[in-house]
Design a protein around this ligand. Structure first.
Ligand code: FES
Length: 507
């Protein structure tokens, strides 16, 4: 069941609801370019644009339509202030790592601002301050530690109790001159600049295989693209040669967008544990939206997704004079085990294939920083941030052991989770994992009673998927793969759909 509200805009992202769709062509046959960029989100499009500015012929390859998936479901806070990251980085790495992380993200923000300005992209870009705030007096010490660490990292932050929120706070770290924007308006504007002069955007073209070499080859379902370098900017690297699935955890979070009876607070706010985030957004008709995010959890590990929207709304009504709830949406992101994204060569043996992933909910500045880092690397320049974001900074043999033990977990889940039932026992509009005489099944009964039955065994590594009632999808709790009700892959690392079950088993 999706949220019960009769929202004006419905259960969809405001970014998608307020922009037109795209209609770039499919690849038609083989092609040769200088760089192939796979993935039409913020990291892919900015990387493609920067490489085009460097004089490269670029092909941007997107399996669906550009800016439809993760980037279209963000809250689009363009900031280098990421909760309490700097104290963590100084404590677990060193001041230099924290400094380079901050510098890369400030540069990502600066790049977006300069492109908006240079190319006159109409995208509601607003400069504003970012805050990590708390209402709990016993959390103030953490905020103060973050102020100290962020200063060591070179960021002009301050401790404050003064902000635009309509309720008292115990303290906040404030970083001025950050920004928010409309991510689809920005990136659709950028896409128009990427296309042409020997560069292309190919939608509905699925990359199936990447082969490193001189040249590299990207095999797609529409032809083979030959290129000197390849960038995989597909949220999760669709070709995982370096155990990314075991080095990142998938995380789902929720957004509710509403109008207020009164002014919408200016600034961008997040609590230390990311339980709630707040920002404003101007609408086309002059109204202001308040976006409230939060209620995050590891993908596939809860069964109360619809209630999470309702809890956000309830929290918002306790703190703001909510007039009308207009939109709601959710997103999934991956975070690296050490909270630092993976941006660079895709594996220890890769020579010309790069990856950008693990943005942990901060994809706007990380995505832009990835574009800067990767475009510089590909044209032969050194990036000072390369060592911080190096995807191969961990010893992969240890990861391989984790993978082996993880395989057992999936099998145990298969054996222990299922209870006997008939497909018709599944309530209309809901999904259940059942065990019939024909075997284990993930069954969804549509509102009209139609039964959709697929295998519940994730095609990645064999864990059992869980029903996500808010998004009507089957989500894997192990590494975050997501599947539609007919088994189609919505998000990797899985590449193959869940097999359809016999339409009429002997129940
Ligand atoms: Fe890895 Fe499902 S087993 S995503």
């Amino acid at each position: 069941m999706i949220p019960e509200h009769a929202y004006e805009g419905g259960h969809q992202s405001y970014w998608l609801a307020s922009t037109e769709g795209t209609n770039y062509p499919r690849l038609d046959g083989d092609a040769t370019v200088d760089v192939a960029v796979i993935g039409g989100g913020i990291a892919g499009l900015i990387t493609a644009m920067l490489l085009k500015e460097e004089g490269k012929r670029v092909a941007l390859i997107e399996a669906g339509r550009i800016v439809q998936r993760v980037t279209a479901h963000t809250t689009a806070k363009v900031t280098a202030l990421h909760g309490l990251i700097y104290d963590y980085l100084v404590s677990n790495f060193d001041e230099e790592t924290a400094r380079l992380y901050g510098e890369a993200n400030q540069a990502g923000l600066g790049l977006i601002a300069s492109m908006v300005d240079r190319y006159k992209i109409d995208c509601d870009f607003v400069r504003t301050a970012a805050y990590t705030y708390t209402t709990e007096p016993d959390q103030v010490e953490k905020i103060e530690a973050e102020v100290e660490a962020a200063r060591k990292a070179g960021l002009p932050v301050e401790f404050t109790r003064d902000c635009d929120l309509p309720f008292p706070i115990a303290g906040a770290i404030k970083l001025d001159w950050q920004a928010h924007f409309h991510p689809r308006k920005y990136l659709l504007g950028l896409a128009q600049l990427v296309e042409g002069d020997g560069s292309s955007i190919w939608e509905q073209t699925q990359a199936l295989k990447v082969e490193d070499g001189k040249p590299c080859r990207v095999t797609t379902d529409r032809g083979v693209v030959t290129a000197d370098a390849v960038v995989m900017a597909t949220h999760f690297p669709f070709q995982d040669d370096a155990f990314y699935f075991a080095r990142m955890a998938p995380h789902r979070s929720y957004v509710v967008a509403m109008t207020l009876d009164g002014p919408v607070p200016q600034g961008m706010y997040i609590t230390p544990n990311s339980s709630h985030s707040i920002r404003s957004q101007p609408m086309q008709d002059g109204r202001q939206l308040l976006l409230v995010g939060g209620e995050g959890h590891q993908t596939g590990k809860v069964d109360d997704e619809p209630q999470r929207y309702q809890r956000i709304e309830k929290w918002a009504r306790q703190h703001f004079p909510v007039k009308e709830v207009l939109y709601s949406w959710s997103t999934q992101d991956f975070g690296a085990f050490d909270r630092v994204p993976f941006i660079g060569l895709a594996s220890p043996t890769a020579k010309h294939v790069y990856v950008a992933t693990g943005f942990k909910g901060w994809g706007m500045t990380h995505g832009a920083a990835a574009g800067l880092l990767l475009s510089q690397t590909i044209v032969g320049k050194q990036s000072p941030w390369a060592k911080v974001f190096n995807p191969n900074r961990v010893e992969l043999t240890g990861v391989a052991d984790m993978v082996k033990s993880g395989l057992g977990v999936g099998k145990e889940l298969v054996a222990g989770y299922l209870t006997p039932a008939k497909r018709e026992d599944v309530p209309v509009g809901e999904g259940r994992i059942i065990k019939t005489d024909a075997g284990e099944e993930a069954v969804y009964r549509a509102p009209d009673g139609t039964i959709h039955a697929v295998s519940p065994v994730c095609t990645h590594m064999g864990c059992i998927v869980n029903w996500n009632a808010a998004e009507r999808s089957w989500d894997c709790p192990c590494h975050g793969s997501r599947f539609g009700v007919d088994g189609e892959v919505l998000a990797g690392p899985a590449q193959k759909p869940l097999p359809l079950m016999d339409p009429s088993p002997a129940d």
